[in-house]
Design a protein around this ligand. Structure first.
Ligand code: ATP
Ligand code: MG
Length: 254
């Protein structure tokens, strides 16, 4: 909608009929959830519409689009046994509908299973030179009831520990960073706060890399890429000083 317009998002429960199911390879008649995105934009030329889901097909100028948007959407939807339909009229707009098979049974959300691994307002220092990773770790830990402060490199982490070390319950740090890397930073942090629970994040999980992280003073190592569950597990109990893997609420830990 280069000139602006109306974007309408809808969610609907439907019962897919035989005729619609027959139009799509993987579709079966029955209950589906339909998510639709309708715009009042340029619309799509009927001569091109059969190509829009192809990888790298784009009508945008070089550098403006990859042509991967819709093919990625279709890939994701197909992995969920769904399909995508589109209606479009040149000059009037388009409507994309994502069909996902629905199940009548209630499904326990994985989030509910992770809740038992949540923190209790413990303060964690997150150290990574990549802003996207800092933000992801911060929002995940805060969602699970931790408090978070962040640093962009080892030197900043050392100075934060010097200022707020006594308040901190744990830290999680990338190993490869500019200014001061994770190993050197952890060695200095250990002099300031010998008891502070430090987790190293690393893409290298050779026995040598693990031994080196331990030698620098890290008590745990989290191999990248990791899940939210692995992240919560590594702080579970440990953040409040327990080493027996028990919840911080269990027992008499202050
Ligand atoms: N809502 C829409 N209205 C008009 N044309 C569309 C719409 N969505 C997709 N198209 C057409 O389909 C083409 C392919 O879309 P797709 O999302 O795959 O790639 P892109 O949008 O060009 O690039 P990117 O997703 O990287 O921004 C677009 O270039 C455009 O021509
Ligand atoms: Mg796109």
């Amino acid at each position: 909608m280069p000139q602006g317009g109306l974007l309408t998002l809808r969610g609907q429960n439907i019962d897919l009929d035989e005729a619609t199911a027959a139009r799509h390879l993987a579709a079966k008649p029955g209950p589906y959830v339909v998510l639709s995105v309708e715009d009042s934009g340029t619309g799509i030329d009927p001569a091109l519409i059969h190509r829009i889901f192809d990888p790298f097909f784009t009508t945008k100028a070089v550098g403006q689009g990859t042509g991967l948007g819709l093919s990625a959407v279709v890939g994701i939807v197909q992995r969920h046994q769904g399909f995508v339909e589109v209606d479009s009229e040149l000059g009037r707009g388009s409507c994309f509908r994502v069909f996902l098979p629905a199940t009548p049974q209630a499904i326990a959300l994985p989030v509910a299973q992770l809740d038992r691994l949540a923190g209790h307002q413990e303060l964690i220092l997150v150290v990574d030179d990549e802003a996207a990773i800092r933000e992801l770790l911060q929002s995940t830990l805060e969602y699970y009831d931790y408090r978070v402060i962040t640093a962009e490199n080892g030197a900043e982490a050392v100075s934060l520990v010097a200022q707020r070390g006594a308040e901190l319950n744990g830290l999680i740090m990338d190993l490869m960073m500019p200014v001061l890397n994770g190993h050197a930073a952890m060695a200095r942090i250990r002099q300031l706060q010998p008891q502070l629970y430090g987790v190293a994040m690393t893409g290298l999980h050779s026995p040598e890399a693990i031994a080196q992280a331990r030698a620098s003073g890290f008590r745990s190592i989290l191999a990248k890429p990791f899940t939210t569950e692995a992240l919560l597990h590594i702080f579970y109990g440990a953040a409040c000083g327990r080493s027996d893997g028990q919840s911080c609420l269990v027992g008499t830990v202050a």
